[in-house]
Design a binder for this molecule. Sequence first.
Ligand code: KG4
Ligand code: ZN
Length: 338
Amino acid sequence: MNEPIILGIESSCDDTSAAIINGNKILSNIAANQTVHQEYGGVVPELASRAHQQNIIPVVEKSFTKANIQQKDISAIGFTRGPGLLGSLLVGTSFAKSLAMSLDVPLIEVNHLQAHILCHFIEDANPMPPKFPFLCLTVSGGHTMIVLVKDYFDMEIIGKTIDDAAGEAFDKIGKIMGLDYPAGPIIDKLAKLGNPDAFTFGKPKLENYDYSFSGIKTSVLYFLQKQLKENPNFIQENVENLCASVQKTIIDVLMKKLEKAAKDYDVKEVAIAGGVSANSGLREAMQNNVEKLGWNVYIPKFEYTTDNAAMIAMVAKLKFERGEFTDLRTSATARYDM
Ligand code: KG4
Ligand code: ZN
């Protein structure tokens, strides 16, 4: 049997992306990143939505060209229905609906968070896909949670953040330090040049598997305010050590709960997903647990960490096999339970 060829569309936040998958193999994965938000220090929903409108047609066209696939050859269209920014989701959703109608192919709705997790089943994401049940630390700009993945579409959130997401913590702390948005990748880069033990910041003390990151942000803020009174150049002079110490604090918090969950649930298949899974310190901490704790770890390829349509196409393919289609009355939803 021929494997289906599916177009995936992602527009939940500030990246417009389109990808084509054939079976589990990605033929193209195109993204237009929006730079308009940089000067505001965060995503401005209205601007994001307008930029998606400008980008969506060229991005989809490029995904077909790169894959060397004709529109008439696709079997279905998958799109991110939620969660995310409503104005952004509406652009991808409306576009997917119109194209599905004009090409007369089925439409498949995809949950963005499930897609981050299921990116591990893309053919070249890992040498081997994870085995069920596995734990997935899902860390992005909007979410931070530990998910017990029992099957493709049987996921249980066993812990999550009670305030900021890990990516948000990176971005907000970066903003305090005067770094550009998004600060996560910048902190990662500078951290490589600094001493992670140079400064210590308060860590949350929470029961069970939940996270909290707003306290770390406040701890950094108060520390810097105090230092800046004595030395106005404190940040510039210590930026690498500050980044290394902040990164270490966030990763320690993330890993501690993940290790506790793996132990309590007796699971050794452990994955990470989402934008923060691009972080080199987090990837290294995961890798260390192969030897230390006997884990089999699953770390996505960089292009499948931050928002991308390849992961949307992957989920659409899994739903296509199950005959899970969406009718044209569907609409975007900012909140969408897994
Ligand atoms: O998954 P994603 O692209 O979008 C959401 O669904 O939120 O994640 C974006 C987040 C941002 O907060 C960004 O700062 C963070 O991922 N991020 C990183 C790195 N690359 C992206 N954080 C730390 N280190 C990185 N290398
Ligand atoms: Zn995301």
